[in-house]
Design a protein around this ligand. Sequence first.
Ligand code: ZN
Length: 325
Amino acid sequence: MQPYRIADMHCDTIVHHMVYRKDPACLRKNDGHLDLERLKAAGSLVQCFALFIPSGENSLKERKGLSPYDFFQAAYARYLGELEENKDIVRRARNLAEVMENDAQGLLSAVLTIEDGMLLDGKLERVDEIYEKGVRLVTLTWNTENSLGYPNLPDAPDTERGLKPFGFEAVERMNELGVIVDVSHLSDAGFYDVARACKKPFVASHSNARAVYGAPRNLTDDMLRRLADCGGMTGLNFASYFLSEEKVSTASALLTHAKHIVNVAGEDALGFGSDFDGISCALEFGGCEGFGAILGLFEKHFTPRQMEKLTHKNFLRILEACCFA
Ligand SMILES: [Zn+2]
C-alpha cells in the first residue's frame, strides 16, 4: 500500500446509486467508482460524501417528483442508513477531532457535504438545519442558477453575475456556524464575491487549472492565487473533460494540473476532489483503488512534505480552520 493517507473532498456516490443506478444500499461494496472496502484498502482517511441535488432538464424525474429540499431529506436518510449499516468501517466526522478519533479506532471518516445549495431556497434557517444534520461543506451552486447565485455554465464562464444577496447572507451564516464554503461550479464573478466576503478559508472542492485546460469549470491562475491567499485549496477533479482533450482520464494529466497549481498557488492550496461516481469518462486508473497508481506517479515529482499536504493535510487544515464543533 502507498504510504500516504487520503482526504477526498468530493464524490457523488450516495446519489449516484440511489437515483441513477437505483441500487439498494451498497456503499460497502459496489461496481461503481468508490466503495468503503476499496477506500479503506487505498489508505483513505477522510471521504467527503456529497448529497447532490439534481437540477436542470431531467431534474424532476431524477428527484422522483420531490422538491430539492425533500430530495435532500431522502438522500440524507439514505446516507444515515449507509453509515449505520457500515459502522464497523466508517463513522461521520464533523471536525478534525472526530477525524482523529475515528482514525484512532481504525475507522474511515465520512464528512457530509451538499452539492447545490438550491435546497436552501432563500431560507437562512435551512443553513442552521443542515449544519445540525452534520453538513460541513456546501457547494453553493451546480450548473443552474439558484437562490445563492449563478453557475459557471459549461459553454462560458459567467463573469458578470455572481452571488445574490441571499448568497452573501448564507456565506456569512456558514462562516458563523462552521460550514466550509465551496466555489466549484460557481461563476467567476461568484468566486470573487466569495473571496471578498468569506471570513474563513474556502475551497473549490473539485476544480482544476484553467491555464492547463480551458474548461470554464477550472480556475484561472488569478483565482488559484486568491484561493491560496485566503488559506483555501482546490481539489483535483478526475474528469477527463476538465483535464485535457483526451477522452480518458490519466494520472499524468492529473499530475500536469497538480504541478501547475503548486507552482502558481503553492503547496498549501492543492488536494483531491475526485468527483467519483459523478463523472462519466473512462478512467485509466479505475475507481478509488486507483489512488495508489496516482500517488505512485506524484511521488516522483513532489517532496514527501508536499505529498503529505496534498494527500490529506491541507484538507485537515481547512477542517480545523472552518469546522470548530
Ligand atoms: Zn460537481
